[in-house]
Design a protein around this ligand. Structure first.
Ligand SMILES: [Fe+2]
Length: 226
């Protein structure tokens, strides 16, 4: 009997109906865009992207509700990921507005552990799906052999898929490991799509030897500065 083992699958978490009040956030996005019409260019080709909001700044404006909801769900995600005795910090959060023709090139979120997006306002159709990608070395194996024609696409599965598409819905939250490559397809909608992206870092409550020690006198060595 042949045994097949899937090694190191990659998690993607989707939370529908987060339940955040929409209008105060829409009003705030409008305010920020009016204050800073240029925004910044990062992974976006076209569209408008805000600069970063730090976690403590979110506490002073309407982003607080979604920031708190993101962190609450992030703890559930990291618990499932089997993190233990840790603290999460939202390192940065930013607003994206994409409309017809706008997209985001392939990228990762370096420096973070967990990243994600909250979809605040999504047109009914065609605002550009987000595609998560297998690593280039694994994609290479397939492409070198003869592209997709060599695979039975009717029976695609977890280990011959190179990409996974998510079609954004209003009030939905996505989490993914920050290292996971992804891109956002061009919008074909004349309506704007507004999303809020973020990065989260994790801090341990445990250390592998730390000064001053906690109950270990052999480590309780004062640091001398000469
Ligand atoms: Fe991203």
């Amino acid at each position: 009997m042949m045994k097949t083992t899937l090694l190191f699958p990659t998690p993607l978490w989707e939370i529908p109906k987060v339940g955040v009040e929409k209008q105060p956030l829409l009003d705030f996005v409008k305010y920020v865009r009016e204050e800073d019409p240029n925004g910044r260019v990062s992974s976006n080709e076209g569209g408008w992207q805000s600069w970063d909001f730090e976690e403590q700044v979110c506490d002073t404006n309407p982003l607080k509700d979604i920031k708190d909801a993101i962190l609450r769900h992030a703890y559930a995600v990291c618990d499932e990921w089997a993190f233990k005795d840790y603290i999460l910090k939202m390192t940065n959060l930013w607003i994206n507005v994409n409309k017809r023709g706008d997209n985001n090139v392939v990228h990762t979120h370096p420096g973070a552990v967990l990243s994600g997006a909250y979809y605040l306002d999504v047109p009914d159709c065609c605002s550009g799906n987000i595609t998560f990608m297998n690593t280039f070395d694994k994609i290479h194996m397939k492409e070198a052999w003869g592209c997709n024609a060599n695979f039975n696409r009717a029976h695609h599965n977890e280990y011959n898929d190179d990409e996974y598409d998510v079609y954004p819905q209003d009030d939905t939250l996505l989490f993914f490991p920050a290292y996971l490559m992804h891109r956002v397809h061009k919008s074909s909608s004349d309506e704007e799509r507004i999303s809020i992206s973020f990065n989260i870092s994790a801090y341990s409550r445990h250390y592998y030897g730390i000064y001053p020690s906690e109950g270990n006198s052999t480590k309780n060595v004062p640091i001398q500065v000469k």
